[in-house]
Design a protein around this ligand. Structure first.
Ligand code: IVH
Length: 788
């Protein structure tokens, strides 16, 4: 309240503000402020009204519960009003509540914790969902209703029937012929995550939290939609009933459970306020592990006789209270948005906030992820935003309160230049391939193009390079890396390997022994495995798993660095985008020279070897054709073409008539195929992929099958030197037609080496290994006899 404002004015202001929030919260299911903020306004109003009872009016939000019912549903009058609960935020509030209850029951008062005569309380988590009333007549569910304003709610019978854990008929017997069960319908955390993923996929707005999702799902006029949502009930009490019920709250809940209604698994009895406090802390500890959201616990005097004696005060029972956890959501001001540069140059917007207490911790920064998120939130600098902090996760901005946007609010813009190095900032591109064409769309990530010339990227890259799972250089911590980079001693990972003793000694915090130890650690890192080295390079999107996969499948840095994106995608879990990242990383001249320098400075890769046999055997010609995404050629068509032709070259060269021979390949598809390969760029690309796959030792499955039964099946031949009667390619083709594999290198597994004039090291090796060697004449003889 400002000094010029009277209590009456402030009360009027608070009421209209609360009414507006109520409308958004209860009617529109679009909360405009977090609960904590709402509670504050509400409590301020309550306090002012207590100070000025003459200003209390029947239309004050403190005098009624919630908002109006939606007109589209039928209305339901609650014969027994659906009440709300008073809140305890501090332990003292709980102690006061307990004292008032004991006083109301004329029980002797005790010490601070009420040890005089302890009241028995039932304890349950306070679920964050929507209160419902379920009416059972003669054991059958006849009506479901929302709380609405406490006396009139909405008829949501069709919707509650879709909630799977609500019994349509009561189990067992002994239930009163009229029984109105009350409880909370909520959405478990896991279901909420799945639903939101689905919403995003379908281009719909995600729900802010499980409570909203539950409310939005129950308020559907089309109950089919409700049925598709993962809702659950937890029963916590009884409204109307015309029969005898147990005389304790816990007894009633257990009876409900016996009749098939779900109740809380966390239900416990506590004696006195001390045990209540223990329960509160125990559930607080468990909170993150529970499969549903809770915002506190509810304590209820267990004896129903005592409940009756205590009765109600305004809208709240005197026998129950909600002990709330510190709020996880708060409102604060967005002071600025700064951009941080990550290891791969990605520029991430970070929110600088007016420091606010959220769940007991001061929050002054929050992540905004990327510019798509900024756009989704519609956030501007100067806005009042809702921040959430839960568990150990980085605080997040959930939304904006548009009503509070100041006139001088500023839009968030990505800087045109890197805030650290001044290089240009570019938007990432997403490559998609469909119908034979690659299309490029704008991604949500912006990157500084400065690479290692950008101090921020350089520092992060070095920190990553030396980290434990990468090159594992012990003792080269983040602070030291920063010093090395700032001093200009390290401009690329390769520079680490030429640091001198004097240079290290001159760094802050280094003495003789520590300097020597660091140099020893650097030296010890010179023999990494191929996988570690690939991971250490810090290729965007290549984590440890992908690095291991690349190393295992391709076996050498040379193959990894030459692999075409279209070949890389044969590896499981490597998509076109990652494949392009890998390819362009190795295509970059600067990266090439850093790798060459690393090798020159003594880094020797271990565990290099051959292409993995599984990878060699994983390619099929059909799949390659399919991946080319030629219009009208689907997977089955690709398969048929593959088995008909057996090699890509033959398909590329096939004429119209050949193509029309392929079983069930229609004219449209044949024409599309012809058109595709008539484009020399397409044909060249396809040939390059095939050539590289073959060079890497891969073979088409269809060829392997075809080779079975052929005279040279299972044999590997090597051609070396020049042949006079035919070209090497022809010789290769004739051998392959006989089922042989033709390889470029001699090994113990080689079957025959054909050596023409000029044969060099391959012939020497063949002789050393004692392999069969043919000269041109004997080769021709052999071919003639096999081909006949
Ligand atoms: S008892 C007269 N028990 O909290 C007592 N309420 O602020 C009526 N809630 O409208 C409520 N879990 O939606 C009770 N175990 C629980 C609860 C619970 C969640 C909600 C309920 C109610 C609101 C009261």
């Amino acid at each position: 309240m400002t000094s010029a404002q009277t209590a009456a004015e402030r009360i009027a202001e608070l009421r209209s503000e609360i009414d507006a929030h109520n409308y958004r919260y209860y009617v529109l299911d679009e909360p405009s402020v977090p609960d904590a903020e709402y509670d504050r306004l509400f409590n301020e109003l309550k306090a002012l009204e207590a100070e000025h009872p003459e200003l209390v009016s029947p239309d004050s939000p403190t005098q009624r519960v919630g908002g109006a019912a939606l007109a589209a549903f039928g209305q339901v009058r609650h014969e027994v009003p659906m009440l709300s609960l008073g809140n305890a935020f501090e332990e003292q509030d709980l102690i006061d509540f307990d004292r008032r209850a004991r006083e109301g029951l004329d029980l002797p008062s005790g010490d601070l914790f009420g040890d005089g005569a302890e009241l028995e309380y039932s304890c349950e988590p306070k679920l964050d969902g929507l209160a419902v009333s379920l009416l059972y007549e003669n054991g059958k569910l006849v009506r479901g209703a929302t709380r609405g304003d406490g006396s009139t709610g909405e008829d949501i019978s069709a919707n509650v029937r879709t909630v799977r854990n609500i019994p349509l008929k009561l189990h067992g017997d002994g239930w009163p012929s009229v029984l109105e069960v009350r409880g909370e319908i909520y959405m478990p955390k896991a279901g909420f995550e799945t639903l939101n993923a689905r919403q995003l996929e379908a281009g719909n707005k995600p729900f802010a939290n499980p409570r909203n999702a539950a409310a939005g799902s129950l308020r559907q006029l089309d109950s089919k939609i409700t049925a598709s949502r993962p809702l659950e009930l937890c029963a916590y009490g009884v409204g109307r009933s015309d029969g005898d019920l147990p005389d304790t709250h816990v007894g009633i809940l257990e009876a409900l459970r016996g009749w098939g209604l779900p109740i809380s698994r966390e239900l416990k009895l506590a004696k006195g306020v001390k045990e209540c406090r223990d329960y509160f802390h125990a559930i607080g500890e468990k909170r993150d592990a529970l499969p549903y959201e809770i915002d506190g616990v509810v304590f209820k005097v267990n004896s129903t006789a005592q409940q009756r004696e205590l009765g109600f005060r305004a809208r709240e029972p005197r026998w129950a209270i909600a002990h709330k956890f510190p709020a996880r959501e708060e409102v604060t001001e967005l002071l600025d948005v700064e951009f941080q540069v990550g290891r791969t140059g990605a520029i991430t917007p970070v929110a600088r906030l007016q420091p606010a207490q959220v769940a007991g911790v001061t929050v002054s920064n929050a992540t905004l992820h990327n510019m798509d998120e900024v756009a989704r939130l519609g956030v501007m600098i100067g806005d009042t935003v809702i921040v959430r902090r839960a568990g150990d996760v980085i605080p997040q901005i959930l939304g904006v309160i548009p009503e509070r946007r100041p006139e001088n609010a500023r839009a968030v813009h990505v800087p045109a230049h890197c805030p650290v190095c001044g290089s240009a900032v570019e938007r990432t591109q997403l490559i998609k391939r469909s119908k034979g064409r690659e299309s490029v769309t704008e991604g949500s990530i912006y990157r500084c193009v400065g690479r290692l010339a950008c101090q921020a990227q350089l520092k992060q890259a070095i920190i990553h390079f030396v980290s434990r799972r990468a090159m594992d250089i012990d003792g080269l911590g983040d602070k030291i890396v920063e010093q090395l980079v700032d001093a200009g001693l390290v401009k690329s990972p390769a520079d680490i390997y030429c640091l001198s003793f004097e240079q290290v000694l001159a760094l802050e915090g280094f003495a003789e022994v520590s300097s020597r130890n660091l140099l020893k650690a650097i030296d010890a890192s010179r023999t990494p495995s191929l996988a570690r080295f690939v991971f250490a390079l810090g290729i965007p999107d290549v984590g440890e798993g992908t690095a291991k996969l690349l190393a295992r499948a391709l076996g050498s840095l040379d193959r990894i660095s030459r692999a075409l994106p279209d070949v890389l995608v044969y590896l499981p879990d490597i998509g076109l985008e990652v494949a392009h990242e890998i390819h362009s990383f190795f295509d970059d001249e600067h990266n090439q020279s850093v790798i060459a320098q690393l090798r020159a400075r003594g880094v020797q890769l271990q565990e290099e070897g051959d292409v993995h046999p599984d990878f060699a055997a994983c390619a099929t010609l059909g799949e390659l054709l399919d991946r080319l995404n030629i219009p009208f050629i689907a997977a089955t068509g690709a398969q048929r073409l593959a088995s008909r032709f057996g090699s890509l070259g033959d398909i590329i060269d096939a004429d119209w008539l050949d193509l029309r021979q392929v079983e069930r390949l229609n004219e449209k598809a044949a024409r599309a195929l012809r058109d595709y390969f008539d484009d020399p760029a397409n044909a060249a690309r396809a040939r390059a992929i095939e050539a590289q796959l073959k060079e890497f030792g891969m073979h088409w499955e269809s060829e392997r099958k075809a080779a079975e039964g052929l005279p040279l099946a299972g044999q590997t031949w090597v051609l070396t030197g020049t042949l006079e009667s035919m070209s090497r390619d022809d010789a290769k083709a004739r051998l392959e037609a006989l089922g042989a594999k033709v390889s470029g290198s001699v090994s113990a597994k080689t079957s025959v080496v054909v050596a023409g004039p000029g044969a060099g090291s391959k012939l020497t090796k063949a002789n050393e290994l004692g392999l069969e060697v043919d000269d041109e004449a004997s080769f021709l003889k052999r071919l003639a006899s096999l081909e006949s």
